[in-house]
Ligand binder design. Structure first.
Ligand code: FPP
Length: 223
């Protein structure tokens, strides 16, 4: 299986900066460079969508300088006219800094769809919040006594995207940390120790090979 839709938890940016004797904020600049390389390489591997965990609902607990460094990295990417990808967002954009919120709203309005890859950026995102949000939308819009899975999924913020085939987490932790909870029901999970700024094309290739091997083992019964 070559994943069409890959999720990435880009963990280890702060630790990478500390290991290089740099302020943690520098880790997010390095993380953005790694992301740009991975987007370009994913295009050559026929991946259609990357959903990346850029800012979780829990990340508000971090010091302001760190929060700002993450938002600055996202802002600089989203404002660059040289992007080779379409961009979409999932999560609650309401509490973001004004400039980033406006940029995100504008990108959503003018959504380009003819690019080679879609970068779906999870900002102020939490899987549980997304599920609860879907329930609230259902409660306020319909008086249903029963609902099926596909109708429920249509209320999630990623309802327009195909299901996520695989999720990679860098940085050594082995958990989903509230990322794509509903969508990951059948996803392959891959955990690597590499800190995100060090993640590169050869490591992605190794993972794609491993995914192919894993799914071949099940004789095409991939769900
Ligand atoms: C976790 O690493 C990662 C984040 C909180 C955010 C990562 C965001 C970027 C790399 C910028 C993304 C840019 C775009 C355009 C999507 P951590 O710093 O918590 O790692 P640690 O465990 O080493 O502290």
């Amino acid at each position: 299986m070559i994943p069409r839709h890959l999720g990435i938890i880009m963990d280890g940016n702060g630790r990478w900066a500390e290991a290089h004797g740099l302020p943690r904020q520098e880790g997010y600049k390095a993380g953005l460079l790694a992301l740009k390389k991975i987007i370009a390489y994913s295009i050559t591997r026929n991946i259609d969508i990357l959903t990346v965990y850029a800012f979780s609902t829990e990340n508000w607990k971090r010091p302001n300088e760190e929060i700002n460094a993450i938002f600055d990295a996202i802002q600089s990417f989203c404002s660059s006219p040289t992007n080779m990808c379409s961009i979409s967002f999932c999560g609650n954009l309401e509490n973001l800094p004004d400039k980033l919120k406006k940029t995100a709203e504008e990108i959503t309005r003018k959504r380009k769809t003819n690019d080679k890859i879609l970068l779906n950026i999870a900002i102020n995102y939490g899987g549980r919040a997304d599920i609860v949000n879907a329930v609230n939308k259902i409660l306020s819009s319909q008086s249903l006594s029963k609902i099926d899975e596909s109708t429920f999924a249509s209320y999630l913020s990623n309802s327009k995207l195909p299901s996520v085939d695989a999720i990679i987490r860098t940085g050594g932790e082995k958990r989903l940390s509230n990322f794509l909870l509903y969508e990951s029901a059948y996803s392959e999970l891959v955990f690597v120790d590499t800190l995100w700024p060090d993640f590169d094309e050869s490591e992605l290739d190794r993972i794609l090979y491993e995914l192919q091997r894993r799914t071949q083992k099940f004789g095409g019964a991939y769900v």
